[in-house]
Design a protein around this ligand. Structure first.
Ligand SMILES: [Mg+2]
Length: 331
């Protein structure tokens, strides 16, 4: 099958029809209707096999995750998702792989109301590039630059699970079977926090999604906002699965980091959680608990923004030490 029949067969007829798509897949370009008075929010992400996901990842999980990590960026902006374009580079014409990829992709596209409006397929090493488009009212987008001294730092859900899942998938640690499937699922099927991001409009002063690791991503907020932060290591939200395998996490940290206990260092540096990390004025604390209840998404206060630049952590004994933000670096 050639490129055209691939797109027709697997992509063109699937997914949700949206009234704002005047013309979707099939012409030289898509025609789209932008809602009046809203800002267009655009983000793009590339996933390379063997770099961003293990080469033996199931095709359906690749399709799901490639869209999920893009939608996570829209969530971090407080945007409502609308459309996506897909560029797929494939080593061969494996139709079973493409069909499974589509199943994963469209499962998430349908549950989030996203329409696929265009695509391109080429031959080469397995690479998935997705661009997503969404909306946000003017002045309401969540930026990295809005954190102020005195703001509280919150993170959604739990952190470190996907990092354990990756280590397990790569054979670098051996998790209990029940726990392993939870962690590998966190890695393979991240849940973009779209509802949470939307609810945080006008409530959070800054936001980012945790893709490269909590310390690295919080570090982006700190630099863009010109502030620092103090994190309470005792407050890091760990899942039951992570707690049960803290020893595995400790074994994965090659060197003691700045006097920080190894499991804590691991969860501060492991990537792929796709939770939201936000700064919030303390006067919005009650609002935040309402939002956590309404969205069913736990939010944990893990520290405070400070005027002094840099990231610091309070050790369980009470001592405060500097912590160099670090995470997964692609280049
Ligand atoms: Mg991001």
């Amino acid at each position: 099958v050639g490129e055209f029949s691939l797109i027709d067969k697997y992509f063109a007829a699937r997914g949700r029809a949206r009234p704002d798509v005047v013309l979707g897949i099939g012409d030289d370009a898509a025609l789209l209707r932008c809602p009046p008075g809203q800002l267009l929010v655009v983000s793009i992400d590339t996933l390379v096999s063997g770099v961003h996901f293990p080469a033996n990842t199931a095709a359906a999980d690749v399709g799901y995750k490639a869209l999920a990590v893009n939608l996570s960026d829209l969530a971090a902006m407080g945007a409502e998702p609308a459309w996506a374009t897909l560029a797929l580079t494939l080593p061969g014409e494996d139709e079973a792989w493409i069909a499974a990829f589509c199943d994963g992709f469209f499962e998430l596209a349908e549950s989030t109301g996203v329409a696929l409006i265009g695509g391109d397929t080429t031959r080469g090493p397995l690479t998935v590039t997705i661009q997503v488009h969404g909306w946000v009212p003017p002045q309401q987008a969540l930026l990295r630059s809005g954190a102020r001294p005195g703001d509280l730092v919150y993170v959604s859900g739990t952190i470190g699970d996907a990092g354990l899942g990756l280590a397990h998938a790569q054979g670098r640690c051996n998790l209990d079977p029940g726990v392993a499937s939870d962690c590998v699922r966190r890695l393979a099927r991240p849940q973009p926090r779209l509802e949470l991001g939307h609810a945080l409009r006008g409530v959070a002063s800054a936001a980012i999604d945790v893709s490269d690791g909590l310390s690295a991503d919080l570090g982006h907020i700190l630099r863009r906002s010109g502030v620092g932060a103090l994190l309470e290591l005792d407050s890091l939200p760990w899942s039951a699965a992570f707690r049960a395998n803290a020893a595995c996490a400790e074994g994965l940290v090659v060197q003691q980091v700045d006097g920080v206990p190894a499991a804590a260092a691991f969860s501060l540096c492991a990537g792929d959680d796709y939770e939201l990390c936000v700064a919030v004025n303390p006067r919005n604390q009650d609002l935040l608990q309402d939002i956590a209840q309404r969205t069913g998404c736990p939010l944990t206060c893990i520290g405070r923004i400070e005027a002094q630049a840099g990231l610091r952590v309070r050790l369980p004994g009470g001592e405060v030490v500097p912590f160099l933000p670090r995470g997964y670096v692609h280049f």
